[in-house]
Design a protein around this ligand. Structure first.
Ligand code: SF4
Length: 497
C-alpha cells in the first residue's frame, strides 16, 4: 500500500475524508466508472495544460515523458543546474510526495505553480475579489513543505496559473478569511488527518454528501450507509454532526426512537455543533425517513404569494467556459396546468455576444411579464444574473436584477419554503429528490447538472442538434419539477410538533 502523502490525497480529504481510505484500501472491484463529466474535466485539464505549456514565454524543461523514480532524479538534477522552469516535476521527502505542474526559480529558490483550468479564486458574489481556494492552497503547501525541507524554497508561497493564464499568488501564511486560519494551518491539519487515515483506513466512515454523486465509490458507500442506517442519510446532517451524535445514536432507528428532550438542558445539547433545534429536527427527519408513508409536511403555515402568471425559471451554465447559455421558463396562467408552456432561450454560439443576446432575450420575457411571480430554486440564478448584469450593463442594471429576485416579485422555493418550513422523507432537499418523491419523472435517463455540462460541451464541439434538444428538454423538466413541487407544497398538512 502506498503510504506517502500526496497532493491529490489532500484534495480528496477536503472533499471527503473517506475517499482517501477507499482509494488506498477498498476492493478495486467496487470502484465504479468515472462519470462522463469527470472524464470531461480531466480531458479539458490536460488539454489546457498542454496548450499553456506550449505558449509559455520562458524556456521550460519538460519532464512529462518520465515517471516515478526517473522523473524524480531528473527533477533533482534540473534543480541542481538551476533550471529556470521545470514542467511536470516530482519531489519527495520522508512521507511526502509532490508532483507540482511547474517549479520556477525565483528569489534565490524554487516556487511551486499548479495549472488549473478554472479561476485561482472562488467566485465572488458582490465582493471585490473572491477568496483563495483552500483546496488549491493545501496542495501548494505540500509542494512548498517539500521544498522547505530540502532547503530549496523561495518562500512560503506558490501560484495558481488559471484558464486565462493569470497567476494568482497564494501566500500560505496569511489568513484565508477574517475568521479562518492561514492556508498553512489548513495544510498541517489536512496532512495529519490524511496520515491517520493512511495508517488505519478501516477506521474511516463514509458520509452522504453532495460530493458522492460524482464519486467512483458512490454505489459501494451508499449501500454501506443504507445497511448501517447511517445518520448522514438525513437531509442537512453531515459528517461532523453524525460524528458528534453517533455514539449516542448509532443508527437512524436509535435517533428516531429517542426521547431527544432528555438530552436538552437550558436549550443546549451535549453534542458539539448540534443545537437543540437541530437535534429535534433531525429526530423528526429520522422518524419520517423510516415511515415514509407518513408523507411530507409543512412545519409552519405558509402565506403563498398570489399572481395571475407564474414563471418557473431555471438557467443552465457551462462553468468551464464561464458561460450562461440557456434561460428556461415554464409559464403558467391562472394556476391552470392546461395553460402551461415552455420558453427556452438558447445561446446561438459560445461567444460573449451570444451570451449577451440570450440574456437580453430572457430579460424581454421578464419585462413582458412584469406582474408575474418568478419562481426559482436556491440562489444560483440570482448570482448568475448579477454576473451577467455586471458584464452586460446595457442589457439590465444591477437594481433591476435585485428587484427581479426580491419578494414579492420572486419566490425562492428552496430558501423561502422548503428549507425553513417543510419536511420530506428524502435524503436531501434537491429539486430532483423532491420532484421524484412527488412522482415527477425527467424524460432524460441521466438528468443532472453535471451531465448537462457534458452535453453542452458536446454541442459546443459538434453543433449536433440532438444535444441542444436534450438540454432544452432537461431544462424544461427542471422548470416543471419546480411547479410540481410547489403545487404539492400547497397541499401539505402543517405538523409543527
Ligand atoms: S461516495 Fe461519498 S462517502 Fe464514499 S468516498 Fe465518495 S464522496 Fe466519500
Amino acid at each position: 500500500m502506498n503510504t506517502r502523502i500526496t497532493a491529490s490525497q489532500l484534495y480528496s480529504h477536503l472533499v471527503c475524508p473517506h475517499r482517501v481510505a477507499m482509494d488506498v484500501a477498498a476492493d478495486p472491484a467496487l470502484r465504479g466508472e468515472a462519470s462522463a463529466f469527470v472524464q470531461l474535466l480531466w480531458e479539458r485539464g490536460v488539454a489546457h495544460e498542454r496548450e499553456l505549456i506550449g505558449s509559455l514565454p520562458v524556456p521550460c524543461l519538460d519532464l512529462s515523458s518520465l515517471s516515478g523514480e526517473a522523473k524524480e532524479a531528473a527533477t533533482r538534477e534540473a534543480i541542481a543546474r538551476r533550471e529556470p522552469l521545470i514542467y511536470s516535476a516530482r519531489l519527495s521527502v520522508h512521507e511526502l510526495l509532490g508532483e507540482p505542474d511547474l517549479l520556477r526559480f525565483e528569489s534565490g529558490g524554487y516556487v511551486a505553480i499548479d495549472i488549473k483550468s478554472g479561476s485561482g479564486r472562488e467566485s465572488a458574489d458582490g465582493e471585490e475579489e473572491g477568496r483563495l481556494r483552500r483546496h488549491y492552497g493545501v496542495q501548494l503547501a505540500l509542494y512548498t513543505d517539500i521544498l522547505e525541507q530540502m532547503g530549496l524554497a523561495a518562500g512560503r508561497y506558490g501560484y495558481i496559473l488559471d484558464g486565462q493564464s493569470i497567476e494568482t499568488r497564494y501566500d500560505l501564511s496569511e489568513p484565508l478569511g477574517p475568521r479562518s486560519p492561514c492556508l498553512w494551518d489548513h495544510y498541517l491539519k489536512a496532512r495529519a488527518a490524511v496520515r491517520a487515515t493512511l495508517a488505519a483506513p478501516q477506521a474511516s466512515l463514509p458520509a452522504n454528501s453532495a460530493a458522492c454523486a460524482q464519486c467512483v465509490w458512490h454505489e459501494a458507500c451508499f449501500s454501506r450507509l443504507k445497511r448501517e442506517q447511517d445518520l448522514t442519510l438525513l437531509p442537512e446532517l453531515g459528517r461532523a454532526a453524525r460524528d458528534a451524535l453517533r455514539e449516542e445514536f448509532p443508527t437512524l432507528r436509535h435517533l428516531a426512537g429517542a426521547d431527544v428532550d432528555a438530552y436538552i438542558e437550558d436549550g443546549r445539547t451535549p453534542f458539539p455543533g448540534v443545537g437543540a433545534k437541530s437535534l429535534r429536527r433531525f429526530q423528526r427527519r429520522a422518524a419520517l425517513l423510516l415511515q415514509p408513508e407518513a408523507g411530507p409536511c409543512l412545519t409552519r403555515p405558509m402565506a403563498w404569494p398570489r399572481a395571475e402568471v407564474e414563471l418557473f425559471f431555471d438557467i443552465e451554465t457551462d462553468p468551464l467556459r464561464q458561460l450562461c447559455y440557456l434561460h428556461g421558463f415554464v409559464i403558467r396562467e391562472g394556476g391552470d396546468i392546461a395553460t402551461e408552456r415552455f420558453e427556452g432561450i438558447f445561446a446561438r454560439d459560445i461567444t460573449d455576444e451570444a451570451e449577451r443576446e440570450a440574456f437580453a432575450n430572457a430579460m424581454v420575457v421578464f419585462r413582458r411579464h412584469a406582474g408575474a411571480l418568478v419562481v426559482h430554486y436556491s440562489k444560483y440564478e440570482r448570482t448568475e444574473y448579477r454576473r451577467l448584469a455586471a458584464r452586460y450593463p446595457e442589457v439590465a442594471t444591477q437594481q433591476e436584477i435585485e428587484a427581479l429576485f426580491r419578494p414579492p416579485r420572486a419566490l425562492d422555493l428552496y430558501f423561502d419554503v422548503v428549507k425553513p418550513g417543510s419536511e420530506w422523507p428524502t435524503h436531501d432537499f434537491s429539486i430532483k429528490s423532491l420532484a421524484k418523491h412527488c412522482g415527477f419523472a425527467w424524460r432524460d435517463a441521466d438528468p443532472s447538472g453535471a451531465s448537462s455540462i457534458e452535453w453542452f460541451d458536446r454541442w459546443a464541439r459538434t453543433r449536433d442538434p440532438r444535444f441542444r434538444q436534450r438540454l432544452l428538454a432537461y431544462n424544461e423538466d427542471d422548470c416543471r419539477a419546480m411547479r410540481v413541487v410547489m403545487d404539492r407544497l400547497k397541499t401539505l398538512p402543517v405538523r409543527s410538533d
